[in-house]
Design a protein around this ligand. Structure first.
Ligand SMILES: Cc1cc2nc3c(=O)[nH]c(=O)nc-3n(C[C@H](O)[C@H](O)[C@H](O)COP(=O)(O)OP(=O)(O)OC[C@H]3O[C@@H](n4cnc5c(N)ncnc54)[C@H](O)[C@@H]3O)c2cc1C
Length: 314
């Protein structure tokens, strides 16, 4: 190439004056990640088969635990229980059952928890829950647990469960203020939770600043980032608007024009999630919770990039 061409001069000029970006650290320099995977309980036989294929694919990565969600308004109680019970009976995995306050009395929620304990389940993800579709806002059930902090305290009275709770780097949408939301997280920890799992986020800086705020508030339990690999950007953007997760403009640009091109979208999604987790890892984060949506491939690939390797057979 002609070194005196304007293009070459421009490149050199950019190199001399622009930002210099260092590479991310190599895996050998980093600890193996501690992983957890979240599934939802299936509604149909076909979805059940998909879930179990997903579980079997991810199981060799030896996650610290896998969790099973509880449908909005407590609508999946039986299916959540059945899925968790099957994980106990048929896999080597440690399950965590999500449990919410919505639409049930304290006695009913406590009964569900007791049944989990009897089935050998020792870990609960304790949540307030969202109201069922169509309801206008959240109203505590009369005689129910009003908020997740109350549920955590109630569970601790039943048995020495390990308890994880939700945290919101971008603040829960119904919170009075970021400070009030952080106080709420602290109350959940003080009531007995030993881990927070975050709502998913795409701006890694927001999460890292949230860690600073948690530390300043005296919260010392792990605040595990919830990672959402994006398979359908349009759907994800709609969902994010409801749950208060910001979708940065740069993501829109990355997925632009790919609405009809699932294959390229998948590759882009893998890069977006990989960059996010590797940047978190470079910042010292070594625990990751994946929202799998019962689809294993992207999660498996990203976990591999983080250094997770399947257990040797036999
Ligand atoms: C990791 C994770 C897993 C989830 N799994 C499920 C699931 O399986 N099923 C499901 O239905 N939903 C699930 N959700 C969604 C969750 O239920 C909703 O985000 C819900 O709106 C809040 O639940 P919470 O446990 O964070 O509530 P809380 O911690 O109780 O907080 C809810 C809101 O109330 C405010 N608040 C708390 N205490 C008080 C008080 N005393 N007075 C006034 N305001 C108060 C808080 O600041 C916050 O705005 C999950 C979310 C996360 C992040």
């Amino acid at each position: 190439m002609d070194q005196t061409s304007p293009a070459a001069a421009g490149t050199l000029q950019r190199w001399l004056t622009g930002p210099r970006v260092g590479g991310l650290p190599h895996l050998a320099a980093l600890p193996a990640p501690r992983l957890s995977f979240e599934f939802f309980p299936p509604r149909t036989e076909a979805l059940e088969a998909q879930l179990w294929a997903c579980i079997r694919r991810l199981e060799p990565l030896r996650p610290a635990f896998v969790s099973v969600t509880y449908g909005a308004g407590g609508t999946t109680q039986a299916r959540t229980h059945a899925t968790v019970a099957r994980i106990v009976q048929e896999t080597s995995l440690v399950p965590a059952a999500h449990l919410t306050c919505v639409g049930a009395t304290r006695a009913e929620v406590e009964e569900v928890a007791r049944r989990y304990w009897e089935a050998g389940v020792r870990h609960i993800v304790a949540l307030r829950g969202d109201p069922p579709a169509g309801a206008t806002g959240y109203a505590p059930h009369p005689g129910g647990f009003a908020y997740a902090a109350d549920l955590v305290a109630g569970l601790k009275r039943i048995a020495p469960f390990e308890i994880s709770v939700a945290a919101y780097p971008e603040t829960h949408p119904a919170a009075v203020s970021p400070e009030a939301d952080l106080d709420n997280l602290k109350r959940k920890i003080d009531a007995g939770a030993t881990r927070a799992i975050t709502q998913y986020f795409f701006d890694t800086g927001v999460y890292l600043r949230f860690l600073d705020r948690c530390a300043a508030a005296g919260i010392t339990v792990p605040i595990v980032p919830g990672i959402m690999p994006v398979s359908n950007f349009t759907q994800m953007r709609k969902f994010s608007a409801m749950c208060g997760a910001g979708v940065p403009d740069w993501m829109g640009t990355l997925f632009e024009g790919l609405e009809e091109d699932a294959e390229t979208r998948r590759l882009v999604a893998a890069v977006v999630a990989a960059e996010q987790v590797r940047l978190l890892q470079a910042n010292g984060v070594d625990e990751f919770h994946f929202y799998t949506l019962n689809r294993p491939d992207l999660v498996y690939a990203i976990a591999h990039l983080l250094g997770a390797r399947p257990a040797p057979r036999g």
